[in-house]
Design a protein. Structure first.
Length: 78
């Protein structure tokens, strides 16, 4: 398990997940199409990550395909 703080953007998070599973954006874009019925080319995925326009359902699907889950929780009060 790993957690990302507020200093990370979604592109860094996805690239880290891909690296941890030794896979590529091309491979994950193919799996998105075949296993999740989400049509997103490698270049389309890269562009969405760079511009920050990727949808939550796409991030959730990528995480699931890589064996991760997305968890949203409230901030702890200091």
């Amino acid at each position: 398990m790993f957690e990302f703080g507020s200093g990370f953007d979604i592109k860094e998070i996805v690239k880290t997940m891909l690296a941890m599973k030794s896979t590529s954006m091309q491979a994950i874009s193919g799996r998105l199409k075949n296993e999740k019925n989400i049509s997103l080319s490698q270049s389309g995925l890269s562009k969405k990550l760079s511009t920050g326009t990727i949808r939550f359902n796409e991030i959730k699907a990528i995480a699931e395909l890589l064996g991760y889950e997305v968890i949203i929780r409230g901030k702890q009060k200091k």
